[in-house]
Design a protein around this ligand. Structure first.
Ligand SMILES: O=P(O)(O)O[C@H]1O[C@H](CO)[C@@H](O)[C@H]1O
Ligand SMILES: O=c1cc[nH]c(=O)[nH]1
Length: 237
């Protein structure tokens, strides 16, 4: 069934087996423009931009997910199920829950805790924790070491809510569940990988810190998170 409702490519060979997935379409474009050669755009439906190219001579795709679990739930499912994609590496921004993770630090999500109903509704999965694919995490860890880029490997929080009325709730989530940072997609991505028998990982850059109140600008969030991009790009094959 190609194309899908949200991806216009009619040929699954236009998309590589490994897809890097930032939330922001302009971050996808930045990666294609800055790091890839022989680039071909395969999606612009809803401005959710997708590109395939080569990195160091090896093939890789990059496509945005949009924000939140419903959005990444759609794109990751269509890529895994209908386009034959094997690996999706989310590369996102996150808010730190502890001063131990500083602005621009890179975090590999060992697993994601969430209060979201996504996994229960999608496939009857009852737990509130889902792990990334250990084999992908091992590869990413190795690439980070080779590139000499320090990387925290921790549990993260995947939240449905960016603006909470009770801002201070992050402290309880950190204390009770051990989440060092918050983002909004990994839990759904990890679940979709499980139900389709595929692989997923999530690398994040700290864009702001709820504990210290430091933050980066929206331009930096779009363009300056190159360390996590370089680690993930090594997954090209
Ligand atoms: O920078 P991205 O990948 O979009 O990730 C984070 O930023 C968005 C919120 O500003 C949410 O999508 C969150 O998960
Ligand atoms: O979801 C997110 C992403 C970045 N920063 C936050 O505070 N939350």
């Amino acid at each position: 069934m190609l194309p899908t409702p949200h991806i216009e490519s009619k040929n699954k060979d236009e998309i590589a087996k490994t897809v890097l997935m930032p939330g922001d379409p302009l971050r996808a474009k930045f990666i294609a423009d800055t790091f890839l050669e022989d680039v071909k755009q395969f999606n612009k439906v809803r401005n959710v931009l997708g590109y395939t190219g080569t990195y160091k001579g090896k093939r890789i795709s990059v496509m945005a997910s949009g924000m939140g679990m419903p959005s990444i739930g759609i794109y990751s499912y269509e890529l895994y199920k209908f386009y034959g994609v094997e690996n999706i590496i989310r590369i996102g921004s996150c808010g730190g829950y502890t001063p131990d993770v500083k602005l621009y630090d890179v975090i590999l999500a060992k697993d994601a805790w969430s209060e979201s109903s996504f996994a229960k509704v999608q496939g009857g999965y009852d737990s509130d924790v889902i792990e990334g694919t250990p084999a992908l995490n091992e590869q990413l860890k190795k690439y980070a070491e080779e590139l000499n880029i320090p990387m925290h490997i921790e549990r993260i929080h995947s939240s449905d809510v960016f603006y909470r009325e009770n801002f201070g709730e992050y402290k309880e989530i950190y204390d009770k569940h051990g989440c060092v940072a918050v983002e909004m997609e990994a839990f759904a991505l990890f679940h979709n990988a499980k139900v389709t028998g595929k692989k997923a990982a999530c690398i994040l850059t700290v864009s702001d810190n709820l504990a210290t109140k430091e933050e980066t600008t929206s331009e930096e969030r779009q363009n300056a998170f190159t360390n996590m991009m370089k680690i993930a790009l090594e997954m090209a094959e």
